[in-house]
Design a protein around this ligand. Structure first.
Ligand code: AMP
Length: 224
C-alpha cells in the first residue's frame, strides 16, 4: 500500500494552503511518512533561522513577531534551497503565501518537470482564533496539541517524543488577529489563481482531525 502511495506522488509537490491554524502543520506531520513525502514548512524553517540567529532569521524576526509576512525574496530563496535537496515528493506547508511566491514555485517546478497539487483548507476566523490561542507545540518534534481539544496524555509533555510543549509567541490573540487579516488580504487571492489553473481541491479544515485526515488521504490516493 505504502509503495503504491509513494509511486502516485512521485515528482510532485502538494501545497497545503489555508489560513493560519487551519491544520496544515498537523496534517502534513501526520501524513508525510505514510505517503513517503518530505515536508518543507516555511514557518518552521524561519523559526529555526530565528533560533539559530542566522542573517535570514534576524531579518525575518520582526515580520514574524508582528504577524506580517516575511519578504518574498527571503522566503522563496529559503524554500527553493530546501526543494533543491529533494527527490520524490514534497508537502509544502505555508508556502506559497503570495502570488509572487506562487509564480516562483511554478517556474521552478516546470524546470524540474514536477507536478503540483494544492489542497486548500478552509475554516472561519472565529474558529481559527480559538484554535490558535489554545495551541501547544512540541519544542522538539513540532507535534501540535490544543489545551482543550487535543490534550497530550501528560500535561506539558509531547506524546510522540517526550519533548516539552510551548505556546508560540505569535499565537497571542493580537498577533493572531493580524495574521488572519494578512491571510485575507495577501494570501487568499491565491485561491482564485490556483482555481483558474485547475490545480486546487478545497476541503474543510474545521472537522474532527480524523475526518480531515481521511478527506486529504482520499484526495492524495486518487491523484492523477
Ligand atoms: P506559520 O508557521 O506558517 O504560521 O508561519 C509563521 C510566520 O512565518 C508567518 O506569520 C510569517 O511571518 C512567516 N512566514 C511563513 N511562511 C511564509 C511565507 N510563505 N511568506 C511569508 N512569510 C512567511
Amino acid at each position: 500500500m505504502n509503495s503504491n502511495k509513494e509511486r502516485v506522488l512521485k515528482n510532485r509537490v502538494v501545497v497545503f494552503f489555508g489560513p493560519p491554524g487551519v491544520g496544515k502543520g498537523t496534517i502534513t506531520t501526520r501524513l508525510a511518512k505514510e505517503f513517503g513525502c518530505r515536508t518543507i514548512s516555511s514557518g518552521d524553517l524561519l523559526r529555526e533561522n530565528v533560533k539559530g540567529g542566522t542573517d535570514l532569521g534576524n531579518q525575518a524576526k520582526k515580520f514574524m513577531d508582528s504577524g506580517g509576512l516575511v519578504p518574498d525574496q527571503l522566503v522563496t530563496r529559503m524554500v527553493m534551497a530546501g526543494l533543491e535537496k529533494t527527490e520524490g515528493c514534497v508537502f509544502l506547508d505555508g508556502f506559497p503565501r503570495t502570488i509572487v511566491q506562487a509564480k516562483e514555485l511554478a517556474a521552478y517546478l516546470e524546470e524540474r518537470n514536477w507536478k503540483l497539487l494544492v489542497i486548500d483548507l478552509e475554516a472561519d476566523d472565529e474558529f481559527l482564533m480559538a484554535r490558535l490561542t489554545g495551541r501547544l507545540v512540541c519544542g522538539n518534534c513540532g507535534a501540535i496539541y490544543h489545551q482543550v481539544n487535543l490534550l497530550p496524555k501528560k500535561e506539558g509533555v509531547c506524546d510522540v517524543c517526550g519533548g516539552g510543549l510551548y505556546r508560540r509567541a505569535d499565537d497571542h490573540p493580537d498577533v493572531v488577529a493580524t495574521r488572519l487579516s494578512v491571510y485575507h488580504q495577501q494570501s487568499a487571492p491565491l485561491r482564485d489563481y490556483y482555481q483558474e489553473l485547475g490545480l486546487m481541491v478545497t476541503l474543510r479544515g474545521d472537522n474532527f482531525l480524523d475526518k480531515t485526515l481521511a478527506a486529504v488521504r482520499d484526495v492524495l490516493v486518487n491523484i492523477s
